[in-house]
Design a protein around this ligand. Structure first.
Ligand SMILES: [Zn+2]
Length: 262
């Protein structure tokens, strides 16, 4: 796929980066990324990936835009309150970059649809807001052999990690379950809706997530895989911690008990 005149202009600031260039831009345009959740993390993810020219974006979310979302979910506007988040986010993507193909999934990610959906993408970006989905995404990405860039938010903090132990050539890199073996009981760790979130923190983490997605697609710099990046807005501090594969992990350990999504 050769860049046309419009694309040479649109992506000019990428093209002058030696590390991206025409070849990198063509790679982005040929890339397919599935974004889970069109909320606080999904908004900056989708907007920056669209602006960057990631050619195909999948958006899955079963929610509608609520007035309380607008404090942080910048892909949506006041006029979209009451309409589907997927439709609203798809409109924002088209406004920024009409050349991007958007696949809309106005449904919930489930054990039934995850494997089929993931098979169609090069990379999964998780911006979901609950643990059940986060574990499901981790397991399905690992078993599908897809790299996963995962973000999470709470109050004034955010976390970011990349998992790609299921990708051929990256065996031995940890998965989400290696760091957090079991899903916390419902209600133990509150969601943003319950605990609150400083809106701009979602922008910081979602934008870092978009950056790591682009790095994975372009094979740039050091992958975040094998690390956990923690941002505390009040500090403000960034901490990068090492994370290792757990040989006893139920998913990627030496004797796994999770062999399929169920
Ligand atoms: Zn693991």
């Amino acid at each position: 796929m050769e860049l046309n005149d419009e694309q040479f202009h649109r992506y000019a600031r990428h093209l002058i980066l030696d590390e991206v260039g025409e070849e990198g831009q063509e790679r982005l345009l040929a890339s397919r990324v599935l974004v889970i959740g069109a909320g606080g993390l999904g908004s900056p993810l989708l907007l920056y990936l669209a602006a960057a020219g990631v050619g195909t974006l999948g958006i899955i979310d079963d929610d509608e835009v609520d007035l309380t979302n607008l404090q942080r979910q910048i892909a949506h506007g006041t006029a979209s309150v009451g309409s589907s988040k997927v439709a609203s986010a798809a409109e924002s993507v088209a406004r920024i970059n009409p050349g991007i193909r958007v696949n809309r999934y106005e449904e919930r990610l489930t054990a039934e649809n995850a494997a089929t959906l993931f098979a169609d993408y090069d990379l999964i970006a998780d911006g979901s807001d609950n643990f059940t989905t986060r574990y499901l995404v981790n397991d399905a990405a690992y078993l599908s052999g897809k790299p996963l860039v995962s973000g999470s938010l709470l109050r004034f903090e955010g976390q970011l990690a990349t998992f790609r132990g299921g990708v051929p050539g990256h065996e031995g890199e940890p998965c989400y379950r290696c760091l957090f073996p079991t899903e916390p009981p419902p209600g133990m760790i509150p969601r943003c809706e319950e605990a609150g979130i400083l809106g701009a923190v979602a922008g910081v983490i979602g934008t870092l997530q978009a950056t790591e997605v682009l790095k994975e697609l372009l094979d740039l710099g050091s992958s975040l895989s094998g690390h956990l990046l923690i941002y505390d807005a009040l500090g403000p501090t960034f901490r990068k911690m090492k994370a290792a594969r757990d040989p006893g992990c139920a998913l990627c350990g030496t004797d796994p008990t999770i062999r399929e999504i169920a």
